[in-house]
Design a binder for this molecule. Structure first.
Ligand code: AKB
Length: 319
């Protein structure tokens, strides 16, 4: 059903964007959702509605889109993730920080009603509690991605306090999806493993057997994002970013789950991958009490359901 909203999704080609655009088009009507990316649209979103090429670092090109469409809601998803961020630290800082500030400024200027910006479990660091990491605790991220997200959270809270901008955010765990691959993160193994299990029956994990990290199936992540954005203003008590827990598992546990359906699957482990140190600095599980209390968050996909869905959907898409 179409609404009066005009929704702009920046970074629409990525793992979250390509699925979020589809969900938003279903909710608001195709013509009401403008997808935008630095590259030409991916297949999933190519023909379904308006698309604009834009680079978040080029404020003028963004401004043109704001003038053209006058969005009432903006989702900024363009970012460089943790692993690529360590290879291109200055670019990651520039894109993750200045891209956000451009969008926050334009949102204030064009009186956008709501802005969504994703943060990450990467905002936590080696001295944060590892288990059930609380919303508020020591945060000493040691990746460029992590501290750009932490600084971004501070900017979001600041724009809300200073300019009254309704900006909302989630600290996503590793996201697992079958439609689009993740783009250079530390949790990517948990997507690649499914592709390889089906295609070659074996996978080499770049994280060690017992590395537990919080993860979430994309359908849950999209549902969480839409619920947060739909929540009444007075329910939102956190303007930096909400912890979101998901499910915590290790590569070994995920392989065991895959083996229930593909008994011949084998998992090996790489030595000395730089992503291991990043994973070791992150929480193993997350306390998301605030999301549950403020906007009624409930997880639907456990490791068993997520594994079945991934294998079923990937198998169908490979046919
Ligand atoms: C990454 O691994 O960098 C991302 C994240 C947890 O934010 N998936």
């Amino acid at each position: 059903m179409a609404t009066s909203e005009k929704v702009l999704v920046i970074g629409a080609n990525g793992q979250i964007g390509s699925e979020l655009v589809l969900a938003l088009r279903k909710k608001h009507g195709a013509d009401h959702v403008i997808a935008s990316d630095i590259n030409a649209p991916v297949d999933a979103i190519r023909n379904g509605g308006p698309f604009e090429i834009a680079n978040v670092l080029d404020k003028n090109s963004l401004q043109h889109i704001f003038e053209l469409y006058r969005p009432t809601q903006v989702y900024l998803l363009a970012a460089i993730l943790s692993a690529v961020g360590e290879q291109k630290p200055k670019l990651a800082w520039d894109l993750n920080m200045n891209g956000l500030i451009h969008v926050l400024d334009l949102a204030v200027e064009f009186e956008v009603k709501k802005v969504f910006w994703p943060s990450s479990i990467a905002v936590f660091g080696p001295h944060s509690p590892k288990q059930n990491t609380p919303q508020y605790c020591v945060m000493d991220p040691n990746t460029v991605y992590g501290f750009s997200k932490l600084a971004g959270e501070r900017w979001c809270e600041y724009y809300h306090a200073k300019y009254g901008l309704d900006v909302r955010s989630i600290r996503y765990p590793g996201l697992i999806s079958w439609k689009t691959n993740p783009g250079g993160g530390t949790t990517d193994y948990a997507v690649h493993i499914f592709h390889e299990a089906l295609q070659s029956g074996t996978y080499q994990s770049f994280l060690s057997a017992n590395t537990a990290l919080p993860m979430m199936y994309m359908d849950d992540a999209i549902r969480a994002t839409l619920s947060l954005m739909d929540a009444p203003d007075e329910c939102i008590t956190i303007r930096s970013s909400y912890n979101l827990g998901g499910i915590s598992f290790t590569p070994e546990a995920l392989a065991a789950e895959i083996k229930k359906q593909i008994p011949e699957f084998t998992l090996t482990y790489a030595d000395n991958d730089p992503r291991q140190a990043i994973a070791d600095s992150w929480p193993q599980s997350i306390d998301d009490t605030y999301a549950k209390t403020d906007w009624d968050w409930k997880l639907e996909y456990d490791i068993e359901r997520l594994t079945s869905e991934m294998l079923k959907n990937l198998k169908n898409s490979l046919v």
